[in-house]
Design a protein around this ligand. Structure first.
Ligand code: TYD
Length: 408
């Protein structure tokens, strides 16, 4: 899909950054697959009409979410805790009806829905990546392996009735055809039901220069302003917003049919913050591009210097986000010896595009490098706590968010 028209309101987009040719962020591969590796131009644009920041071109969805999808939600203990807390909030506040139904889009391996399944609450997970959907089913979680749209919403209503709560974590921003999804929500949600979803927040990207959030799977970079426009078109409104620290800075949105629930003051307050940050001003994105270019130049210069000094640098966490950084900055295995990752499906493979080897975490532990390049910077608290021994033995961390630095 290659369009310069806004996917939300059809106005012309203002492209503000190109990262050049990019592979699929989660496309970890073996040398046999190098010759057929898929690339597309990773470019982001701003819509001056409805304020949605989005990719200009997105690969076909089947190239990203399929039976070999490498992202399993349950790899981080912090994320497991985060979803447990969300499930408790939903149960306490929104499941007052008798025999309620919870539907989750992009339910992955069931990290969130499992809390409802184990409490005997009726639930349906929608997860197009067949391998992760199967893992959820094996845990007893009712999962449909399809992409969500209006037709599937109708099928769920026919089979299970309307939903009290619709959940989606790190999923809505993945879906280019949001109008069809919102039409589906119109059918699926009870009249007083609530949609709760969270995604990386545009305000954090701009403030932290965390450009690595920009990759193929993230079709949109949401703000309260842009989402307010979108939901209003479908008879919904944002009734509450809560910033979250996960995924490097996310926003949790609570959405209901217009006029049904009171609107919390947090919504107006966040809109005011967005205006201070300039999220509705195209000049903000030109500044972001300059900041990103400076970050790239500094990271590359640092890694080249460390190589000249004969230091070993190992990447920590083969994140999807790191694909943007490694390819945009030109980080090859000459600069980053390997990437350590705990996910079995990624181990023994090579990173997309630049083909840095991905090795099991045990190799990091067995022979500490001089520097750990924090590709999983969004988990830095968890990682720092886990890796005290690395620091004690003289290891140092390199981070590039919010700026390129060696953490002393
Ligand atoms: P994640 O932070 O979800 O980022 P993205 O959405 O960009 O993929 O991915 C975390 C990756 O880092 C995952 O592959 C597991 C890995 N990881 C480790 O190897 N060790 C760790 O201690 C943590 C927290 C993550």
């Amino acid at each position: 899909m290659n369009t310069r028209q806004c996917l939300i309101c059809s106005a012309s987009l203002e492209p503000f950054i190109s990262f050049g040719q990019m592979p699929i962020a989660n496309g970890f591969l073996t040398p046999a697959d190098y010759s057929s590796e898929y690339f597309f131009e990773l470019q982001a644009g701003f819509c001056g009409s409805c304020y949605m920041v989005q990719l200009i071109e997105q690969p076909r969805r089947e190239k990203m979410f399929h039976e070999n999808y490498a992202f399993f939600s349950s790899t981080s203990t912090r994320m497991a805790k985060h979803f447990e807390t969300l499930a408790e909030l939903v149960k306490a506040r929104y499941l007052k009806a008798s025999d309620p139904l919870v539907v989750e889009l992009g339910s992955n391996d069931g990290i969130l829905l499992g809390h409802f399944a184990r409490s005997g609450i009726r639930h349906v997970g929608v997860e197009p990546s067949a391998n992760v959907a199967q893992v959820a089913r094996e845990k007893g979680i009712c999962t449909i392996s399809r992409f969500f749209d209006e037709d599937l919403a109708q099928q769920i209503v026919t089979d299970h009735g309307q939903a009290d709560v619709i959940l989606a974590a790190n999923v809505m921003c993945h879906i280019p055809y949001l109008h069809s999804v919102l039409d589906g929500f119109g059918k699926l949600l009870k009249s007083d039901g609530v949609i709760i979803f969270e995604d990386p927040y545009l305000g954090d990207i701009v403030e932290k220069i965390s450009y690595d959030q920009i990759y193929d799977e993230h079709a949109f970079y949401f703000s309260v302003a842009s989402l307010s426009f979108l939901f209003a078109k479908h008879g919904f409104e944002i009734v509450d917003v809560r910033p979250q620290s996960v995924h490097g800075g996310s926003m949790r949105y609570f959405v209901a049919r217009t006029g049904v629930h009171p609107v919390d003051p947090s919504v107006g307050a966040q809109l005011a913050k967005e205006d201070q940050l300039g999220l509705r001003d195209s000049g903000t994105y030109v500044t972001l591009r300059h900041n990103v270019e400076r970050s790239r130049d500094e990271l590359l210069a640092l890694l080249k210097r460390l190589r000249q000094e004969g230091k070993r640098v190992v990447g920590y966490g083969a994140t999807s986000k790191s694909t943007t950084v490694t390819n945009y900055c030109g980080l090859t295995a000459e600069l980053v010896e390997f990437i350590s990752d705990t996910t079995p499906i990624k181990q023994g493979k090579f990173s997309p595009g630049v083909h840095i080897p991905v090795r099991p975490y045990e190799e990091f532990r067995a022979h500490y490098p001089d520097y750990g390049l924090l590709f999983a910077w969004n988990h830095s608290g968890e990682v720092m706590a886990k890796e005290l021994d690395f620091r004690d033995k003289g290891g140092k961390w390199i981070s590039y968010v919010p700026s390129v630095q060696i953490l002393e």
